[in-house]
Every structure is written in C-alpha cells, then in structure tokens.
Ligand binder design. Structure first.
Ligand code: SAM
Length: 264
C-alpha cells in the first residue's frame, strides 16, 4: 500500500502519524497499515484541509488511536514537545535547521521571528554560543516553546516572547546581528521589521519564500526593493530549496547580507 505520512514523536514517548488519505482508500485500512508498520504510533490523524490562518495549523481528524495527540519529538539530539493539532510543526525541516545553524557565528544576537514551538531557535542554540530572541503569536505554541527551552537546558540562550512581530520588532530596533524569517507564505509582509531590527552597521537576514519557477527572482526583488527604500543594500549571498510541494512549487530560503548604502 503506497501512503504518504509524517511521523511526529519518538519511540520512547509515542508518536502521531499525519496522513494524506488517497482518494478512494478506506481511512481505517490506511490507519491499520500505519499502526502495523510503526507500533509506537499512538494516534493516526488524517489531513482534512490545508494550512490556514496566522498560526499555520491545519485541520486534522483522528482516524485511529488515542485522542491525546501531544508528543515529544526528537531530532538531531534535541527534544520538542508539541501537539500537531494545535501548533505548526514540520519534521521535514530538520535538515534545514541544521544547515541554517551552520551559517550562524558564535557571539551573535539573533532575532528568530515566527518561532513556533522553537525548533529553529533550539537547533541553533544547541550548536552555537549565541543569544536568541524568539517571537511567536500563537499562545499555545509559546507555552510549548517555553517548555522546550527548559527541556533542552537552553534557558540561558533563548528568550521567548509572545506577540506579533510587527508590534514587537520596532521595540527591539537596531539590536540584532541576524534575523531568521521562517514564514514562507508571509515573511515578505515583515521585511521592514527585519531590516529595522538589524544593527546599524548591518547584518544577515534569512528570508523564506514560497513560489513557482520565478520564486527566487521575485523574492530577491521584493527584498532588495524594500531594503533600498531604507537606504540599505541587500546582497543575496546564498539560496536553498528547502522543500518541493509540486513539480514547480518550492519553499526556498535566501540569505541576504544587508548593509547601509554608500552614498556617492
Ligand atoms: C510556518 S510556522 C513556523 C514555526 C516554526 N518556525 C517552525 O518551523 O516550526 C509560522 C509561525 O509563525 C507564527 N506567526 C504568524 N504570524 C506571526 C506574527 N505576526 N508574529 C509572530 N508570530 C507569527 C505562527 O503562529 C506560526 O507558529
């Protein structure tokens, strides 16, 4: 049986399976097959729609197993407690988190926008000697974020704040060496907030974007135009396809180095 699903959780504490039930297939048969393959799965949830709203959660329907869908997920040596019915989380981005941490330098102060339950902040802080301010608007995600910081012993490095990036960024103006923007479908609405958060001399921004064949061109031009309107020059220094959703739809990351424009 060919079925596509994600497993979130761990062998020790149990996992949930999130499955796209193919049309014409019996959901119960699909669930039985997943439970047979993975005895540590405690709940099988079926995708009942796309990601929606500011919180980027999706409707999930329980088709087998326990109503209790809170799990502790493990990736690259750290743990993340979460309930996928209530918060955004994608286990598919584990590699992206490691690759992003590679780019960070010790000693930096980092602004992690759209922090969710904290996977990016925790992945970076585990490997680098940095301080990270993480902002998240979904109060349930913030609760998990706070707990995950404690579980991983990173309270001295990560500082979670509940709130809206557009209100909080102006209050933290000019402080950061690096800004991370992991909201592919909406980060372009917060470019101004990223730019004003950087230190006066400039810094790095990791900009996530979602689009078709010309996504890279579009994203670069959006970002550079906004930077120029602030008298800043944004140089694109890296690019990665994070994941592909359809033959021509990708989630991408572009790395920018931003500095004040030299006035001739
Ligand atoms: C695509 S999810 C990424 C979450 C997390 N970085 C991860 O990878 O698991 C985007 C997150 O941004 C949060 N969010 C959306 N708009 C926001 C805003 N204006 N201010 C702060 N957080 C926001 C959502 O609640 C959601 O948790």
């Amino acid at each position: 049986m060919r079925i596509a699903y994600d497993l979130i959780g761990s062998r020790e504490t149990g996992a949930v399976a999130i499955v796209d039930v193919p049309e014409g297939m019996d959901p119960l048969k699909v669930a039985e097959e997943i439970l047979r393959r993975h005895p540590h799965v405690k709940s099988v949830l079926r995708k009942a729609g796309g990601r929606e709203g500011d919180y980027r959660t999706r409707p999930l329907e329980l088709i087998a197993g326990s109503q209790d869908t809170e799990v502790i997920h493990k990736e690259h040596g750290y743990k993340l407690k979460l309930d996928p019915k209530l918060v955004y989380f994608s286990p598919r981005e584990a590699t992206e988190r490691q690759l992003l941490s590679d780019l960070v330098e010790d000693g930096e102060l980092i602004f992690l926008m759209f922090a969710g339950v904290g996977p990016y902040a925790i992945a970076i802080a585990r490997r680098k000697s940095v301080q990270i301010v993480g902002v998240e608007i979904n109060s349930i995600a913030v609760r998990y974020f706070q707990e995950n910081i404690k579980i991983n012993g990173l309270s001295h490095k990560i500082f979670p704040i509940e709130g809206d990036v557009s209100y909080l960024a102006p209050a933290m103006r000019g402080r950061f060496d690096r800004v991370v923007m992991p909201l592919p479908l909406g980060a372009y609405r917060f470019i101004r907030e990223a730019l004003i958060s950087l230190k006066e001399g400039g810094g790095y921004v990791h900009f996530y974007y979602w689009g078709g064949e010309d996504a890279l061109k579009q994203a670069e031009s959006l970002f550079k135009r906004e930077a120029a309107s602030f008298g800043l020059e944004a140089k694109s220094i890296g690019f990665r396809v994070v994941s592909s959703y359809a033959p021509r739809v990708d989630k991408i990351r572009i790395d920018f180095f931003v500095k004040p424009m030299l006035v001739k």
